[in-house]
Design a protein around this ligand. Structure first.
Ligand code: IVH
Length: 684
């Protein structure tokens, strides 16, 4: 037992060292918490084993490599105990109620994921800023903190006060920083938290200035000295002094109310401009704080509610290859099954071989994976420190894993492609796309049926689905296919011939022509015959059509297999033109209202307005209950705050809007993960 205990202590020390000294995680938060709990249990059962510097007692760093002056906190900086579900929150309340026999009020706040800081103002002037360190002694990072724009050097009143908050790197700045590092050939930060703490511990404060850190305050030390008796009032008090809070501090009176707000934020947190790893529930009344007191590590009047982890560690067992609609071969990580954001993940995208090389990923590696909202899991980084030497190189395939044709690499592009137009995988993906809801919307033709019919040679291209009515027997012999479902399927296939021209155009899967462009091209061309005749220049004359799209459309209509397919589809009676009095718009945004705020990167304001209208949506002038979507750019201000206050407005980033209208990046998504919840369209 002693050996096991000491090993655990050593492992946790190592993880702490990397986390606090090198701003790097070797382990996911969930796993770390599990190990700490295991350690605490051992210490409880075998107190004689306990070492004096046990990780169960230390809050943070030991400053093995600190370059900053050490300062002792006047009041120690505590951490929070964690909970992962509502019943753990209820237990926290039940425990508190044992000591407090009057009504309690709870404050629900966002738990921002960055690094904590204590900032001291004397007579209104910022004089010192200290990191948490081990909770007792921190590092003096005043110089760097003075470079953060949102932390005032002077307060609105000449008070002496110590305030604590979280320094974060907003997501947009994190993405900018990592793209810059990518082009400079520097190692990428795994997440905004590591980037924020790495930045604050820079010796050169000019670097801090350029990275765009932000800070939100959530605690006043000795708040009662200011005549305050409630935590919520302390936040209002510091807001009035000019300090920024997240603006989210909701008063709840019961655990039912807490549960409702937790569920709300669990979904809504993805639309915030910074990362949150949970919520914090605090008892509001200062009197209750003094009754409950603290443990060595955390206050008993507050608890963190951690969201299901977005980043977790697992093992890369192998790599398989997926062939997409256009033949792109994508390496896919086969992982040891692990839970991420509430679902089990066994596969993640590795994108391409450049990415594998850059991240130096090997088979057998311990890897961090992440599933952000609406995105399929990704391998973020490798934990090289835990390599055993038995890991294997990932060698690019030379031949298509499906049809064995030699793979090609287009000049200047990283992707490997299967050039065989008859490749079964490509046919299958094209058909899946053709029948999907936004395209021909054919019900009941799932991947399994398509695969089977390709296998028995009855489907060779998209048009063959219109012949499926001749194979009723074969269809009925499939698992779970009764006569009724076969008839429904055949009806649905027949029905699809009448789809609007814009849908047909989208369904053909011309590279780069997503819903928005299919609409636009349908409207401009009126019929597929007209569209087929346009040369590159004509296409470029259409507003919103760039070179990539023009070339793609032009080449599509000049490829023999495509012409053959179009003719076959025509012979089956597919609709290829705009019918009189027929609204061909794919009313993607029909009945939805939009507003944007902050600086946008990809669109001008007029462009966005135009797109919203073209897709059947309505632009609003201000935030109200009527607003469905607020698109937030950089430095979003009061509109965002108001939208958060209303609570029903869906807050989305510019990239999300881009994904809603543009299908370029959708291929891997739809192929790898048929869970429609993860698609950008789920926003509707
Ligand atoms: S209260 C005594 N409130 O989470 C006060 N902490 O895991 C203790 N954090 O060390 C902290 N958002 O760095 C508090 N709204 C919030 C927070 C918050 C983020 C961080 C903070 C703390 C850590 C504990």
């Amino acid at each position: 037992m002693k050996k096991k205990y000491l090993e655990l202590v050593e492992l946790l020390h190592k993880y702490n060292y990397y986390y606090y000294e090198k701003n790097e995680s070797l382990v996911s938060d969930v796993e770390y918490d599990k190990l700490i709990k295991e350690l605490e249990k051992l210490e409880e059962n075998y107190p004689e084993l306990k070492v004096s510097n046990s990780p169960s007692e230390k809050v943070g760093s030991h400053f093995k490599t600190s370059k900053f002056n050490k300062v002792t906190h006047k009041k120690s900086m505590l951490s929070l105990s964690n909970s992962y579900n509502i019943s753990e929150v209820e237990n926290f309340i039940v425990r508190a109620k044992k000591s407090i026999d009057e009504e309690m009020e709870y404050i629900l706040e966002l738990k921002l994921d960055g690094l904590s800081i204590s900032v001291i103002y004397e007579n209104g002037k910022l004089v010192q800023a200290i990191t948490r360190g081990d909770g007792i002694i921190g590092e003096d990072v005043t110089e760097n903190i003075l470079e953060i724009e949102s932390i005032p050097h002077y307060l609105k009143e000449r008070v002496s006060i110590e305030v604590r908050g979280e320094i974060v790197l907003p997501l947009s700045n994190f993405e900018k920083l990592n793209s810059q590092r990518l082009s400079d050939g520097e190692e990428l930060f795994a997440n905004p938290r590591n980037a924020a703490s790495g930045t604050i511990r820079q010796l050169d404060s000019k670097i801090v200035k350029n990275r765009g850190l932000d800070c939100y305050f959530y605690y006043v030390v000795d708040g009662e000295n200011f005549g305050i008796s409630k935590h919520s009032d302390s936040l209002k008090f510091i807001e009035n002094l000019g300090l920024k809070t997240s603006g989210v501090y909701e008063i709840c009176k019961t655990s039912k109310e807490l549960e409702e707000r937790i569920n709300f934020w669990e979904k809504e947190r993805h639309s915030l401009p910074y990362e949150t790893d949970g919520l914090v529930i605090k008892i509001n009344d200062y009197n209750h704080h003094s009754i409950l007191g603290n443990t060595t590590k955390a206050p008993r009047w507050a608890i963190a509610y951690k969201f299901p982890a977005k980043q977790v560690t697992t093992k890369l067992l192998g790599v398989t290859y997926q062939v997409g609609r256009t033949g792109t071969v994508t390496p896919v990580a086969e992982l040891e099954a692990v839970e991420v954001s509430g679902s089990i993940v066994k596969r993640a995208s590795l994108h391409n071989f450049d990415e594998i090389r850059r991240k130096d990923i090997k088979i057998g590696d311990k890897v961090f994976i992440e599933k952000a909202a609406e995105i399929i899991p990704q391998v973020i980084k490798v934990v090289k420190e835990e390599r055993t030497g038995a890991e294997l190189e990932i060698i690019p395939p030379t031949h298509c894993p499906i049809c064995n044709t030699a793979l090609a690499q287009e000049e200047g592009l990283v992707a490997l492609k299967c050039p065989n137009p008859q490749c079964d995988a490509k046919i299958q993906r094209r058909i899946e796309y053709f029948v999907s809801r936004d395209a021909m919307s054919i019900d009941g033709l799932g991947g399994k049926i398509i695969e089977k019919f390709i296998e028995i040679g009855k489907i060779k291209d998209i048009s063959d689905i219109y012949l499926l009515k001749n194979f009723k027997e074969e269809l009925m012999s499939l698992d779970k296919m009764g006569e009724k479902s076969v008839n429904n399927l055949i009806d649905s296939i027949e029905e699809s011939k009448k789809r609007d021209y814009s849908k047909t155009l989208y369904a053909l899967g011309i590279p780069f022509v997503g819903k928005f462009l299919a609409n636009l091209l349908a409207k401009e061309s009126k019929s597929i015959d007209n569209l087929a005749k346009l040369d590159i220049e004509d296409l470029l004359n259409i507003e919103q059509v760039g070179e990539k799209v023009a070339n793609s459309v032009y080449n599509f209509f000049r490829t023999e297999e495509n012409i053959e397919l179009l003719n076959k589809l025509k012979s089956f009676g597919i609709n290829y033109e705009i019918k009189e009095n027929n609204d061909t718009q794919l009313e993607t945004f029909s009945g939805k209202t939009f507003l944007f705020t902050g600086k946008l990167e990809h669109f001008t304001r007029n462009e966005i307005k135009d797109i919203v209208e073209k897709l059947g949506g309505t632009n609003l002038g201000s935030v109200s209950k009527k607003l469905d979507f607020l698109i937030v750019g950089k430095d979003a201000g009061s509109k965002l705050e108001k939208a958060l206050e209303i609570g029903t407005v869906k807050i989305i980033k510019e990239e999300d809007f881009f994904n809603m209208i543009n299908e370029d990046s959708k291929e891997i998504n739809s192929e790898q993960n048929n869970n429609s919840k993860l698609e950008p369209q789920s926003l509707f």
